[in-house]
Design a protein around this ligand. Structure first.
Ligand code: HEC
Length: 323
């Protein structure tokens, strides 16, 4: 490990190995190295192995070098020096700096001299100039795109992103219908859902609630009165968790999927207001939907311009009366 190049090779190899392993294992959300700590050990091995390879190749080289005769050694040194000189990286680096070597500084020193302090007329470093040109090109492209041709701004970008996310959420919901629980359930009004709810109801519930929800063993489901609370959330909860102990309404969460419970609950609520053939007396409390729109109350407004004020201790003039 005598040269910088060998250090760089070791580091680059280890980093490459790291990314390769991340790429192969596809850990999903987290880093593979977090998920599988054994990768640390593998990377450590690769690190040590590459150091070993570097050391061995250096040793080999020096052994071979010592085995050469003097003339050959000189030739080898000369060719190494030439190789170093022609190194592409070094050459480019020097070019981008464009530094005057200290021996040649006399060429660019300026005339003035302030108490022995003199100034060099160095050129701007090419790396800086190239970046400056690049920023000009960028500015032109940017201006034409966003100001002349009205490219999308941040606000539009945001709207587009939100719209895309909305579509993704819809897609997700389609495949993940059963993620709903009592907190997220919403009443389903789609024809298919209500029809599916009806099928489930007729298959499981009519023995106790009757086909039309009029009630038998179980209470009437069509009236305004609920023992365990009305509204989709309470009904879903009752269907999922069952009624009070010993009453006969079991918890359906073991038999029905969340999506099915939402469908049957929505169907039950769709029965509200119909008149069953043989309705059971209302049981429980009157349920008032807390989200129902408040009824509008009419407030009479008095037109203030039509109010007349009589002032008794002052003579009433004609134009006041007119108003
Ligand atoms: C074995 C008879 C039986 C079956 C089957 C049954 N229920 Fe019930 N259900 C009852 C009884 C009894 C109650 C009253 C529970 C209580 O008082 O705690 C009830 C209560 C309810 C309530 C609450 C009513 C209120 O007033 O709060 C809902 C909603 C309900 N059932 C829906 C269903 C649905 C949907 C099904 C089918 C998936 C079903 N039930 C199947 C017997 C049954």
């Amino acid at each position: 490990m005598k040269t910088t190049a060998s250090y760089i090779r070791v580091i680059v190899l280890t980093v490459l190995a790291f990314f390769l392993m991340e790429f192969i294992t596809e850990p999903g959300e987290t880093w593979a190295i977090v998920k599988y700590p054994v990768i640390w050990a593998v990377l450590g091995l690769i690190f040590l192995f590459s150091i070993a390879v570097e050391v061995i190749s250096e040793t080999l080289q020096s052994i071979l070098f010592r085995g050469l005769n003097e003339e050959a050694q000189e030739r080898f040194i000369a060719s190494e020096a030439l190789r170093k000189e022609n190194n592409w990286f070094k050459k480019t680096y020097k070019k981008l700096l464009a530094k005057k070597p200290i021996e040649k500084e006399s060429e660019i020193v300026l005339d003035h001299n302030y108490d022995g302090i003199r100034e060099l007329d160095n050129v701007l470093p090419p790396w800086w100039i190239y970046m400056f040109y690049a920023s000009i090109v960028f500015a032109v492209v940017y201006m034409v795109r966003y100001h002349v041709f009205d490219g999308i701004d941040q606000e539009e970008e945001y709207e587009i992103a939100v719209a895309e996310a909305q579509i993704q959420i819809e897609e997700y919901k389609k495949t993940a219908k059963d993620l709903i629980d009592v907190n997220t359930v919403e009443i389903l009004t789609g024809k298919e859902d209500v029809a599916a709810g009806k099928t489930i109801f007729e298959a499981n519930c009519i023995a106790c609630h009757k086909v039309d929800g009029g009630g038998g063993i179980g209470p009437n489901l069509t009236d305004d009165y609920w023992i365990l609370g009305g509204g989709i959330k309470n009904v879903f909860n009752t269907v999922s968790e069952g009624g009070r102990d010993g009453k006969g309404m079991v918890a359906w969460k073991t038999d029905l999927k969340p999506s099915e419970m939402a469908q049957v609950s929505s169907y039950v609520l769709s029965l509200h207001g119909i008149t069953p053939a043989d309705p059971k007396e209302p049981e429980g409390d009157l349920w008032i939907d807390p989200n129902a729109p408040v009824e509008e109350v009419e407030v009479k407004q008095i037109d203030s311009s039509k109010i007349q004020i009589k002032m008794e201790d002052q003579p009433v003039t004609e134009d006041v009366v007119e108003k």
